[in-house]
Design a protein around this ligand. Structure first.
Ligand code: MG
Ligand code: MG
Length: 253
């Protein structure tokens, strides 16, 4: 799974310089398409339940599943890009969020909390912990600040298929407690907190895909594919020159 994982990271590295003011999100998706092809992978999202693009690009109030199109990025935007690739029979899935320019205080804090929530979850992805324990760490990080936790969408197990058991919500639900498991070496999870500046409530637009915040305030989405190993968490969706925890200033991480 390190192979598709690294391809996802290499794709992010290839598109990083396109994430700037004036670029249309469809141009970023075209670069994703070309890069994944060059790498010899298969984009997992294209055609998934009819999804029409190679990546999900969600801007500002868009939470997840944004469809790339003519929208031009502007200074201050918070852009979340989600990429999934299949290679050698296995899947990798990662989302990175970027701010164009400085961004507002609200935008910066929303992204910071999202990154910290993902990091808190990854730190708990080790043998002997429970899934509930991992999810508690993500939830606690988000609830500690007055940000909205998106409950409607979840992380997931990942392997030969993009979405496998178990579901990994970003809060401890009754059903999660009921279905708790011990984390063991070999289990691979896609952890993906979604954090809103305001309410955690979301609405799906008429296109059937784009999920937006109910109050139109900004949202961030950060995701890594993480293997549980005897030595602890191994983040698979990292590329050359990247490490976990990330060095400060790594774009999108
Ligand atoms: Mg994803
Ligand atoms: Mg995912």
């Amino acid at each position: 799974m390190a192979v598709p994982g690294e391809m996802v990271a290499l794709t992010f590295q290839a598109i990083a310089e396109l994430v700037r003011a004036g670029v249309r999100t469809i141009e970023i998706d075209e670069a994703v398409r070309d890069t994944v092809k060059e790498l010899g992978g298969k984009p997992l999202f294209l055609g998934y339940q009819g999804f029409p693009a190679h990546s999900c690009i969600s801007v500002n109030e868009e939470v997840v599943h944004g469809i790339p199109g003519p929208r031009q990025l502007a200074d201050g935007d918070l852009v979340s890009i989600d990429i999934g690739i299949e290679a050698e029979g296995f899947c990798g899935d990662s989302a990175r969020s970027f701010i164009i320019g400085e961004g507002s205080e609200e935008t910066r804090s929303t992204l910071r909390v999202c990154r910290e929530a993902l990091a808190a979850g990854i730190a708990q992805a080790r043998p002997g912990n429970s899934l509930v324990g991992l999810v508690e760490a993500i939830e606690a990080r988000i609830r500690a600040e007055s940000h909205g936790l998106v409950e409607k969408f979840v992380g997931h197990g990942i392997g030969r298929k993009m979405h496998e058991e178990p579901q990994v919500p970003n809060f401890v639900s009754r059903s999660l407690k009921h279905n708790d498991i011990e984390l063991r070496p070999g289990l691979v999870l896609a952890l993906e907190p979604m954090v809103n500046a305001g309410t955690g409530d979301v609405v799906t637009l008429e296109d059937g895909w784009t999920v937006v915040t109910a109050d139109a305030r900004v949202s961030a989405h950060c995701e890594h594919t993480v293997a549980i190993t005897e030595e602890g968490p191994r983040v698979l969706t990292l590329g050359p020159g990247e490490c976990w925890p990330p060095n400060p200033g790594t774009p999108g991480q």
